[in-house]
Design a protein around this ligand. Structure first.
Ligand code: ZN
Length: 292
């Protein structure tokens, strides 16, 4: 648990840290999701991969210092080359390896990811420098993109203004696996980046879209956390809906942010707090987020 906490701090404190030590002890673990779709766990956002006769398609690439380790883990296990990289959104724990992987494969992302990586990003007092050209997606799309890879359609759909403004979910149509990016933090409060186009209302709308449009049998790769089911996603959606309602009701009753934090969300939601998003932080996001 302590190690996980350190990892979370590393993941989210600074992109500069990504270039410092702390990653040498990270182990790369590869778990099958369904058929030829696998999940790669290391540090940062979960990587989803499709492996087959066309090679490897990889969704997200964690941190720069892990790129070599990830690439050799995949090549040693599967003896295939990486052919495509997809970025689910711009955050450094999902795009940190872009500079390294762009040498071997094109990077695909929604067009707002490209704009964010090309420009300085700010989150309160935190500043994220622009990324070099090598980290930019070379193929970008607006709403919807389909690729034919390893004998199935790989479908990218833009989920607007949820976690950020450039999030993609990626669906493997025959394997029935969906990579959710950071629209799913299994069993945890989500991080919603309201400084780069994310919003609670958009996040809820996007989750409801997924719950309505994908079958109950779909297997889910969350951006963070263990492999999950659609019923796990439904529980997560309800948790966000309920905690949001609680905070909005209190806000309407003219309670201050400080008081709402003091009162808390109750025991039912205690277990959702984690290293990066404490109950206090989650309440703050729900409180300040603009409503549609
Ligand atoms: Zn993220």
């Amino acid at each position: 648990m302590r190690l996980m906490k350190i990892v979370y701090i590393l993941i989210f404190t600074s992109s500069l840290l990504a270039h410092e030590s702390g990653f040498e002890n990270i182990k790369i673990r590869i778990e099958n999701v369904n058929k030829n779709i696998w999940c790669v766990f290391g540090a940062g956002g979960n990587i989803g991969i499709s492996v087959g006769e066309d090679g490897i398609l990889m969704i997200d690439d964690q941190f720069a210092p892990l790129a070599e380790k990830i690439q050799s883990a995949l090549e040693n296990k599967f003896h295939k080359k990486i052919k495509y990289i997809i970025n689910t959104h711009w955050h450094g724990d999902h795009t940190g390896g872009n500079e390294a992987f762009s040498k071997i494969a094109p990077i695909i992302a929604q067009q707002n990811v490209k704009t964010r990586l090309q420009n300085i990003q700010k989150r309160g007092s935190r500043v994220f420098p622009k990324r070099p050209k090598e980290a930019w997606p070379t193929i970008s799309y607006q709403k919807h993109l389909e690729l034919e890879f390893n004998n199935e359609e790989v479908v990218l759909t833009h989920l607007p203004n949820g976690h950020t403004d450039g999030d993609s979910i990626v669906y493997f149509s025959k394997s029935k696996v969906l990579h959710m990016g950071d629209h799913f933090f299994t069993k945890r409060f989500p991080f919603i980046d309201i400084h780069t186009g994310g919003s609670v209302s958009g996040y809820l709308k996007n989750l409801s879209f997924v719950l309505k449009n994908f079958s109950k049998e779909t297997k889910l790769i969350p951006g963070h956390g263990i492999l999950s089911s659609m019923s796990d996603l439904e529980k997560y959606y309800q948790m966000i809906l309920n905690t949001n309602k609680m905070v909005q009701d209190k806000k309407r009753a003219k309670k201050s942010l400080e008081l709402i934090i003091k009162e808390g969300l109750g025991d039912k939601f205690k277990s959702y707090a984690w290293g990066f998003i404490s109950e206090k932080k989650w309440i703050e996001v729900l409180f300040v987020d603009k409503k549609d």
